[in-house]
Ligand binder design. Structure first.
Ligand SMILES: C[S@@+](CC[C@H](N)C(=O)[O-])C[C@H]1O[C@@H](n2cnc3c(N)ncnc32)[C@H](O)[C@@H]1O
Length: 455
């Protein structure tokens, strides 16, 4: 069989679409060639570097006709660093592309033609939005300590001094910590050998408060130079209210281990969303873009259409943020979350925010929802916000048996969301409306909130 394209040969073609990874798609005889950095509507010259049965990969050589949406990426590390993928695309085009991906998934690949798909809700200033920086620490060949982010599809670091999407405070902390680690001659983890000590440094900050937490993740049970580290940080930084030591001895890509100790200050940091205060532990999930979180939750609340009479379930509730938002307009909120520490935060957060009509339970959503069903709890509205893999099959089955009038489904992975909504459709639910919200500007991640109603 002759190939449509051959490896190492050069071709010219028009980019007709984007993949979900933000790569341009050129098609010859319906055979797709994915070309990183190419933009829809551009005519490009590219070299084929890989040919597979179903697709090929191309390397962009020259742009013959440039898209109006192409811009100069403002970050000096953009070409090397794998943290952002879309800085060469204007922000307006990024928002359109994210909507287009939702349209593709729900209306072209599935059959939700009657669903209203709104424009992506973007940020006014889409920079420095990340309140959490997970920074790998490595030693380079010269023995120097590097802090930065991984190159695309690799585990080697780009040593960086600043990042345009993380909280500005984090640049300064990261740079000073690099100097501190050099001065202490810190033992750094070697991933290939699974030996050594310090693996990651995680910085978490409040957006509306100045609180910062620094977490040292080690492959060892001890954190060397602990007291010197605490002295250095407390002398250098005013707003660090908590320093943690987390132990991760697993040989895996998971960043944090299960055991954490507070080695200085508080166990939590605080942040504010709308008029509510939230305490956040190191192991608890908290949305990484608080400005957009308010817009996301407001949309979710609008979709929930509460008038004070409804019993509501907040499934996959984290530290109880959405549940707290809904409690003002609900009769009672039941929240469930798998991370026990997050449920402790949710209980404390309810007290701080004077929420008296909420019950929080730690456990798997699929188990607890079944227990609630057996106890006779009948929700009119269910809010779900699962991790990337989507909802568990048994969770959806119980949800269907509970038969709520309305389901509001927040997702950070529309591919699993569409799969789950298909099952709900079979069971008599109608996907009325979806709104993409840009929680992760300059990256290819798409977040959506969907309104699903019983027919
Ligand atoms: C995308 S986060 C949403 C959290 C929260 N709704 C928010 O907006 O901050 C998903 C949450 O689901 C939790 N989780 C993952 N698997 C779960 C399960 N099987 N049952 C309950 N919670 C789970 C995670 O720990 C995480 O807190």
């Amino acid at each position: 069989m002759t190939n449509v394209v051959n490896k190492n040969e050069t071709y010219t073609g028009q980019v007709i679409d984007f993949t979900h990874e933000g790569h341009g798609v050129v098609k010859f005889d319906r055979f797709p060639i994915f070309v990183p950095n190419a933009i829809k509507d551009e005519t490009i010259e590219f070299k084929v570097i890989k040919v597979k049965k179903q697709f090929a990969i191309g390397k962009l050589l020259t742009i013959k006709e440039k898209s109006q949406d192409r811009i100069e990426a403002p970050c000096e590390y953009y070409k090397e660093c794998g943290g952002c993928q879309l800085q060469h695309l204007s922000y307006t085009a990024q928002l359109e592309m994210k909507k287009e991906q939702v349209v593709n998934l729900f209306q072209r690949k599935s059959h939700f033609e009657d669903t209203v798909i709104n424009n992506t809700i973007g940020m006014e200033n889409p920079w420095h939005y990340r309140n959490k920086s997970q920074i790998p620490v490595q030693k380079n060949r010269q023995g120097e300590i590097e802090l930065g982010f991984y190159r695309q599809r690799s585990h080697t670091l780009v040593d960086i001094n600043h990042c345009m999407i993380q909280d500005k405070k984090h640049d300064q902390i990261m740079n000073k910590l690099r100097t501190m680690l050099e001065q202490l001659n810190m033992n750094i983890y070697n991933e290939q050998k699974h030996k050594g000590e310090l693996r990651h440094i995680i910085l978490r900050s409040g957006y509306y408060t100045e609180d910062t937490m620094i977490i040292f993740v080690t492959n060892t049970k001890q954190l060397s130079h602990k007291n010197k580290i605490i002295d250095y940080i407390t002398n250098e930084f005013e707003n660090v209210v908590s320093i943690k030591h987390n132990i991760n001895q697993e040989k895996s890509n998971v960043i944090m281990g299960k055991t954490s100790y507070t080695i200085y200050g508080k166990d939590t940091i605080e942040d504010q969303l709308a008029e509510y205060q939230f305490k956040i532990s190191d192991t608890s999930f908290y949305q990484i873009n608080p400005q957009q979180t308010e817009k996301l939750y407001n949309k979710a609340l609008e979709y929930a259409q509460l008038d004070g009479e409804q019993t509501v379930i907040d499934a996959y509730c984290g530290i109880g943020t959405i549940g707290t938002y809904m409690s003002q307009k609900a009769k009672h909120v039941y929240g469930v979350e798998i991370v026990e520490e997050a449920i402790k935060n949710a209980e404390e957060n309810a007290k701080i925010n004077h929420v008296e009509n909420a019950t929080w339970e730690a456990g798997k959503a699929e188990d607890i929802i079944l227990k609630w069903k057996k106890e006779g709890i009948k929700p009119e509205v269910v809010m779900v916000d699962p991790p990337r893999k989507g909802c568990d099959q048994t969770f959806i089955e119980t949800l269907i048996e509970l038969s709520p009038k309305r389901i509001v489904y927040i997702s950070c992975n529309p591919a699993t969301q569409v799969r789950d909504v298909e099952i709900l459709k079979e069971a008599g639910y109608n996907l009325k409306e979806i709104t993409p919200v840009d929680m992760f500007p300059h990256t290819t991640h798409v977040e959506t909130v969907a309104l699903i109603e019983k027919n």
